[in-house]
Design a protein around this ligand. Structure first.
Ligand SMILES: Nc1ncnc2c1ncn2[C@@H]1O[C@H](COP(=O)(O)OP(=O)(O)O)[C@@H](O)[C@H]1O
Ligand SMILES: N[C@@H](CC(=O)OP(=O)(O)O)C(=O)O
Length: 807
């Protein structure tokens, strides 16, 4: 038993492939076919246009005609072609007559819709039966008998089985049959519901005890998720009938849900195969018991455009019969309930229905419970729209603990709000409701954590592409492959922005040539626009990386953290701003389960803040901090000599890229104050900028004027400094700009350091931090190394990005 879907018979080329597959069968075969892909939609649309009184239905009909004629033209030659065309034309004329009738009468019943809905299958099955030599044709609408529920008729199995067996029980050869179509007792056309050709095939297979059912479609098999949404979805080798049923019930379009029952009852193995890639093994659906080695979750599926109706009232608690009345009222209106969730207090019941049915459902509930609503026993019947249901399915969930915990933890960390949850006692399925706008993110994050747990993805939005940002991208590029191979971590750049332009692409931005792409495709940027775009994109596991020194960029951190975007920043402004703001950002990150990391704020790539956190978290108490934290100042005081006066060293520091663009930020000690603030705060103490005593070594006047005045006048301090330097040299001492915290007192300033002191031998722009703690007491802990420079800072930022992924 074979079934070819609309995509498999959508073009002459594909029909040729179908023929090859059918011809390569060794056994006799019944082949069910769908309408040419998209045709059923067009037919139904033409009818709807006709009833609306627009002439557009003619355009639709012309397109339907041209599609079929083109296929016939390409498949047949000579007289045969004319004969087939004639027959196709007659069928199309018949269709046209009905639709014109609809437009004239202005009435379109479900019965008429069923009459015309199956024309696509009648056409395709006829064409294919002519194209495959020696194939016969059978009219499924005569064999598959249903009730008169037009649109989605219920099959009368005993009659159908008898008719199918009588017609095809002894059949030898290849027989083509239209899918989807059936008829009622009166012989009027009915259909089996959209996507119903799969069902037709299963009905035939069960009636004839077929050895196998093959559903041929346009993907390699039943996949772990809808491949149109999750590009990394992969084929599930084998699944049980129950798993296939659950996944298809919750939206896996690859198979029409009722299909499973007939084949399950008869134990007929069912394959999902790809017409466009027949060599691929496909997926096998059987009754085989779950394999203990299989993952706990087989697949994930979803349905959009769901409404959630919540009925709530204290008067419902402990009252029997409420659920019965609720579901009967809905059943009477033919409303299918897709998901039910009831709190154990019985104070509320939530049900999910198709949005198209939400109004009818609400009305049915309100009228059923009119009395209870009036007397306040039920105080809320609320409908929420634009929702989706997501389900994870797998027989092995039964044997695994912690699935729900992992599931909801991962979803929650990504900021997706879950509106209702249902889990059957069979533990085969956990389903939950989210907003439509969160669907893609939910599917991605769940797919990632359950199916690709060996591959973790971090989505990076970069702000600032100067020295640090540029270096960071180069490092990511060099390391990307290794991280993927060895750590199974995929760092994906999904956004880049500078002060002028921004570029966002959820599929990833190649680091090679990204600047050209930004120039060509980038939109006008602005901090707020970038932030809004990031929040709007709503990507899972995302991190905003701030590689600017801007005062403005930290103003967007709170919004981003609130939207569950982690922050990695080389920018000191946020962590050294008002204490309340620093606390607020940390606390948002904590409640949202995301990271706010700023290791590079102190000592560039040196592991200072992380070390401090480790000490404090493990119960140590920081008693004293002494540190040389300015790479720039250290460079200056290491470079100053009889030949190189102070003003020259400042200039060199700028040229070497150590200093801030305005070196006075370094010279004034402000930058060191900011770093000290961060260290003291991370040690667990509350401190504000104003609490730090600053001992400047250059007179205030130099800091007041313009930067040009500064450069013009700074050499005036050289003579004085040279005198002091000579004295220091004679005493075998050197200058260090030291930040210090002890007993609640913080200060920064120039210190004369003797030989032998840890600060004395500090080369170049190196930094050094000494922590004296309860545990590191007699001999303080010392961390020392490059404390500035784009490459080491970028490396620190990179390490923080990796830390976000928690590997
Ligand atoms: N879990 C899934 N596995 C495979 N395909 C899926 C899944 N979920 C959704 N799909 C979609 O279902 C499509 C096949 O169904 P459909 O278009 O009805 O095919 P046909 O026309 O062959 O009946 C695939 O192209 C794929 O995009
Ligand atoms: N042609 C029908 C029936 C069908 O099953 O189609 P497909 O196999 O392409 O899903 C429909 O579109 O609903």
């Amino acid at each position: 038993m074979l079934k070819f879907g609309g995509t498999s018979v959508g073009s002459a080329g594909n029909i040729r492939k179908v023929k090859e597959i059918v011809k390569s069968q060794d056994d006799d075969a019944i082949v069910v076919v769908s309408a040419l892909g998209g045709i059923t939609d067009k037919i139904l649309n033409a009818a709807k246009m006709a009833i609306l009184g627009t002439d557009y239905f003619n355009t639709e009909l012309t397109m339907i005609r041209e599609r079929h004629e083109a296929v016939v033209d390409q498949l047949f030659d000579g007289e045969r072609k004319e004969a087939v065309k004639e027959q196709v034309s007659q069928l199309l004329d018949e269709l046209e007559r009905v639709i014109v009738g609809v437009s004239m009468i202005g009435e379109l019943t479900d019965k008429t819709l069923d009459k015309i809905g199956g024309f696509g299958e009648r056409l395709s099955s006829y064409i294919i039966s002519e194209f495959i030599d020696d194939a016969s044709w059978v009219d499924s609408s005569k064999l598959i008998k249903t009730d008169s529920a037009f649109g989605k008729a219920q099959v009368n199995f005993s009659l159908t089985n008898t008719l199918v067996k009588a017609a095809l029980g002894e059949f030898k050869g290849i027989c083509i049959a239209p899918g989807f179509v059936a008829s009622n007792a009166e012989g009027e056309y009915t259909t089996l519901g959209r996507g119903g050709s799969d069902y037709t095939a299963a009905i035939y297979a069960a009636a004839l005890d077929a050895s196998v059912l093959e559903i041929w479609t346009d993907v390699d098999g039943f996949m772990t998720a809808d491949p149109r949404v999750i590009s990394k979805a992969y084929v599930i080798e084998s699944l049980s009938y129950a798993e296939a049923m659950e996944l298809s019930h919750f939206g896996a379009k690859v198979i029409y849900p009722p299909t499973i029952l007939p084949v399950y009852k008869k134990g007929i193995p069912t394959y999902i195969k790809n017409t466009l890639n027949p060599q691929a093994p496909g997926s096998l659906i059987t009754s085989s018991q779950a394999n203990a080695k299989d993952r706990p979750i087989k697949g994930i599926s979803s349905i959009s455009n769901i409404s959630l109706i919540t009925v709530q009232g204290l008067g419902m608690v402990g009252v029997t019969g409420i659920s019965m009345r609720l579901f009967s009222a809905l059943a009477l209106q033919n409303i299918n309930v897709i998901l039910i969730s009831q709190a154990s207090s019985e104070n509320s019941i939530s049900i999910a229905v198709d949005t198209g049915k939400a109004d009818a459902a609400e009305q049915a509930i309100r009228s059923e419970f009119e009395r209870e609503i009036m007397n306040g026993r039920i105080n809320k019947v609320e409908v929420e729209n634009e929702l989706s249901i997501v389900a994870i399915v797998g027989e092995n969930m039964k044997h695994s603990t912690g699935i729900a915990g992992k599931l909801f933890n991962t979803i929650g960390k990504n900021g997706v709000n879950i509106m209702a949850i249902a889990q059957g006692a069979s533990e085969l399925n956990i389903s939950w409701v989210v907003k439509n706008s969160d669907l893609r993110k939910t599917l991605n994050v769940v797919h990632e954590s359950f199916f690709l747990s060996e591959n973790m993805e971090v989505n990076v939005f970069l702000l600032g592409m100067g020295l640090v940002g540029g270096n960071l991208l180069t490092q990511i590029q060099q390391q990307q492959e290794k991280l993927l191979k060895e750590k199974r971590l995929k760092i994906k750049l999904v956004g880049v922005a500078n002060s002028r332009k921004m570029l966002l692409d959820r599929e990833g931005i190649a680091i090679d040539g990204f600047r050209d792409r930004l120039d060509a495709e980038g939109q006008a940027s602005g901090l707020k626009a970038y932030k809004d775009a990031i929040i709007e994109m709503n990507i899972f596991n995302s991190v905003f990386v701030d590689c600017t020194a801007s005062n403005e960029s930290p103003t967007v951190y709170a919004d981003l953290l609130n939207a569950n975007v982690s922050i990695v920043t080389a920018n000191k402004v946020a962590a050294s701003s008002d204490y309340d703001n620093y606390r607020k950002l940390k606390s948002i990150a904590k409640t949202k389960g995301v990271k706010f990391l700023f290791e590079t704020n102190v000592g560039a790539g040196l592991p200072i803040i992380n070390t401090l956190n480790d000490l404090v978290n493990s119960g140590d108490k920081i008693l004293k901090i002494e540190a040389v934290l300015s790479g720039t100042l250290n460079y200056i005081f290491n470079t100053i000599s009889a030949d190189v006066p102070l003003s020259k060293t400042i200039q060199l520091a700028k040229e070497e890229g150590y200093s801030e663009p305005d070196p006075r930020i370094d010279l004034s000690g402000i930058d060191v104050v900011r770093k000290l603030l961060i260290l003291v705060r991370e040690s667990g103490y509350k401190i504000e900028k104003e609490d730090v005593l600053i001992n400047k070594f250059i007179p205030d006047a130099y800091f007041d004027g313009s930067i040009d005045d500064f450069w013009a006048n700074i050499s005036q301090v050289d003579a004085d400094f040279e005198q002091r330097r000579q004295r220091l040299e004679a005493e075998k001492k050197c200058w260090r700009f030291v930040a210090k915290y002890e007993n609640g007192q913080s200060e920064v300033g120039l210190q004369e350091v003797e030989q032998g002191h840890p600060f004395y031998d500090l080369q170049g722009s190196n930094n050094l931090v000494m922590f004296t703690s309860e545990r590191y007491n007699e001999f303080p802990m010392i961390i020392k190394g490059y404390g500035a420079g784009a490459a080491v800072t970028a490396a620190g930022v990179f390490a923080d990005i990796i830390r976000v992924s928690n590997i």
